[in-house]
Ligand binder design. Structure first.
Ligand code: ADP
Length: 688
């Protein structure tokens, strides 16, 4: 280690390049602009018109979409900095943020790295070496072994000494790879071999360390900050216990249940950890907090973290501004005594992914991404949306699927949690599946409210956190009405009376609607009878307001629906009025309220008495496509199963057949017309 690495030269800068994309790039540039700096973005071909590029003063293309050819290409990033006269680079998180080689390359190029010296990154890069240094600095470690001797028998003896369960971890590890829990001595050898193989493959290094496995720990991390003048402070802690596969989902600050003593003990240990390795800038020291109040060093993240906003919310400080000031050679803006905690904050990470399909990442056109604070009765000082996207953006498959972070603040934990639930419901996301409903179930979970937190919270509560197969009568009733209302609106905005579907808006009428969980393929073929609810709707429309009687099983409800502004509607069921955000996404009705989001597959099944079975209508378009041919004349009598109309979609033809004996009253489209999924193609009248 040379002195230069520890104390890089200070270069003044008035231009900042953000070597990242998405929400963090937007967030860093926001502060930089406020501080009067010129901002430079970099982008890959997939991001040519991304939000961070639109917001930057200047932007430079790096290369193709693949990260290693763009955001991870050190040479290209430095070249972009030179082309734009950039004095400093902020790495955000991920990509090059903890890459010592990048930091050294910037040093050589005379560009300031907004972050720690390369030597501090290296010191925390290897878990075993880091633990040895932390022990040196008097930072508590999980009982365990992190020595150089890797002899099988010795490792086994150390594990026996620690006591089972133990956790084997790759010294060179990260991202949850090369980690295994060993329950007993018998399983030790097999786990060791497996872990070594995994570690060798992932990191080219198979050294192992062993730790006591804590059964119900919380993940509590401390935000630290150091300047180049020897000052170090902690900005309190965050609880990030709610994780799925070691990935954080909802974070909060402060950690519930902290005492003043524990807070300062953890804070002091964290600052000692940072100073031991000559740290400069923003860093996070992660601890496991055991049920008995013992805490143990886990690792240090040598960068700004995704969840830093909750710390900003409770301290009133802008951590990016602190980073930039430290990088300019200034002293820390505050001393430890000047820092205080006000209220409570949560952050929920909004991902383009489907939690009910094993968190499969989702892509596509984000037709809408907006947060209607006013409509939800929330104010801007309670809610902050750090977003990398806007309505109309495309979510690609090339990068991390995190779209945005929703951050809230309240006077205390309960108030902040109530605000989080409101804000999640008010978020209007369309076009791409997100984890919003999952976040709502988490934030509404009684165990979460009661602070029953540990790193296995999601695992323990799986049944309650993933989509249920059936819903309340009220949910089915609301969904039935919302679907009908949309149909009525579409009808009115078109030429009203001649084109439609037997849903006579101004006459009493009976309609049957089947509702089911959208399930995996989002198609009716997947729904079995058990998963389906049938709502029989009878009603009429009077001067703008629709009044209905709904029958679901043996229950009958009187109902009305009133459109409010935007997507908001008020549904009144037996005199109980509820306000919710509602829309139709193809065949799916999506309803969001503070207690959660519900998605239901909606379709009309106008009943035809055919023996004792109800025959389903298949007369709506099953997908977007084109009408190829009408096969019978309007008014013609047909038999059940007779082909009526041919549609083409995705280069395949689909034939619509008669659902029963009867006649076609009217076709609503002609050959060559384009139809959308869910459009009613024809009116069908079954014979008596
Ligand atoms: P990585 O660097 O691969 O992310 P970490 O060492 O940070 O691995 O551990 C990741 C997660 O694994 C922690 O947040 C915690 O949930 C769990 N974990 C790690 N060590 C232990 C331990 N000794 N006992 C219990 N859980 C642990």
């Amino acid at each position: 280690m040379t002195l230069d690495e520890n104390r890089p030269e200070i270069h003044k800068f008035d231009t900042l390049l953000v070597a990242n994309r998405g929400e963090i790039a937007c967030r860093v540039m926001r502060t930089a602009r406020r501080m009067g700096l010129k901002t430079v973005a970099i982008y890959s071909d997939a991001d040519a018109s991304a939000r961070h590029v639109r917001e930057a003063d200047e932007a430079v293309r790096l290369g193709p979409a693949a990260a290693r050819e763009s955001y991870l290409n050190i040479e290209a990033v430095i070249d972009a900095a030179k082309r734009t006269g950039t004095g400093a680079i902020h790495p955000g998180y991920g990509f090059l943020s903890e890459n010592g080689g990048f930091v050294k390359a910037l040093e050589q190029a005379g560009i300031t790295f907004v972050g720690p010296p390369a030597s501090a990154i290296a010191a925390m890069g290897d878990k075993s070496a880091a633990k040895a240094r932390m022990a040196n600095a008097g930072v508590p470690l999980v009982p365990g072994y992190h020595g150089d001797d890797q002899d099988d028998a010795l490792l086994r003896a150390e594990s026996d000494k620690i006591g089972y369960p133990v956790m084997l971890k790759a010294s060179a590890g990260g991202g949850g790879k090369g980690m295994r829990v060993v329950e007993s001595g018998e399983g030790f050898k097999a786990a060791l071999d497996g872990c070594r193989r995994e570690s060798k493959a992932a990191f080219g290094d198979d050294r192992m360390l062993i730790e006591k496995y804590l059964v119900q720990p919380r993940h509590v991390e401390v935000q630290v900050f150091c300047d180049r003048h020897g000052n170090g402070v902690y900005l309190f802690e965050r609880d990030c216990s709610v994780q799925r596969r070691h990935q954080k989902v909802i974070e909060e600050a402060p950690a519930p249940g902290m005492t003043a003593e524990l807070r300062s003990a953890m804070g002091d240990a964290a600052v000692r950890a940072a100073q031991e390795i000559g740290y400069v800038g923003a860093g996070t020291v992660e601890f496991l907090l055991d049920a008995d109040g013992s805490f143990y060093f886990m690792e240090m993240n040598t960068r700004l973290q995704v969840e830093h906003p909750v710390t900003e919310m409770i301290t009133g400080q802008d951590l990016v501004e602190w980073q930039l000031r430290v990088a300019m050679g200034e002293k820390l803006p505050c001393t430890q005594d000047e820092l205080t905690i006000t209220g409570h904050s949560f952050e929920a990470r909004i991902y383009a992914e489907d939690p009910d399909q094993d968190f499969l990442p989702a892509t596509g056109l984000l037709t809408r991404f907006a947060l209607d604070l006013e409509g939800a009765g929330l104010s801007a000082d309670q809610v902050r949306l750090d977003s990398g996207v806007e309505s109309g953006d495309v979510v690609s498959m090339h990068y991390d699927p995190m779209l945005a972070k929703l951050i809230v603040h309240g006077a205390d934990r309960d108030a902040a949690l109530a605000t989080l639930n409101r804000a999640l419901a008010a978020l209007d996301v369309q076009g791409v599946v997100t984890n919003r409903a999952f976040l709502q179930r988490l934030a509404n979970h009684p165990g979460f409210k009661n602070v029953e937190l540990d790193t296995r919270f999601i695992e323990r509560n799986e049944a309650a956190l993933f989509a249920p197969r059936s819903y309340s009568t009220e949910a089915y009733a609301s969904a039935a009405l919302i679907g009908l209302n949309q149909l009525a609106q579409e009808c009115e905005s078109d030429s009203p009376w001649d084109r439609h579907d037997g849903f006579r808006l101004n006459a009493p009428h009976t309609i049957r609607i089947a509702l089911s969980d959208p399930g995996f393929s989002q198609g009716p073929a997947q729904a079995s009878d058990n998963d389906e609810a049938v709502v029989i709707v009878e009603g009429k429309r009077e001067s703008g307001e629709s009044l209905w009687n709904l029958t679901i099983g043996d229950k009958t409800l009187t109902a009305s629906l009133q459109p409010l502004t935007g997507d908001a509607v008020a549904v009144t069921l037996n005199g109980h009025r509820r306000r919710l955000q509602a829309r139709r996404d193809g065949h799916i009705v999506v309803m969001a309220e503070p207690s959660g989001e519900t998605r239901l597959f909606w379709r009309r099944i106008d009943a035809i008495d055919h023996g004792h079975h109800e025959t389903e209508s298949t007369l709506t378009a099953p997908m977007n496509g084109t009408v190829v041919a009408l096969l019978v004349a309007s008014g013609a009598a047909v038999e059940k199963g007779m082909p009526l109309m041919v549609m083409e979609a995705m280069k395949m033809e689909h034939t619509m057949t008669a659902p029963a004996d009867g006649s076609v009253d009217a076709f609503h489209f002609q050959a060559g017309d384009t139809v959308s999924q869910g459009d009613v193609l024809l009116d069908f009248a079954p014979s008596e």
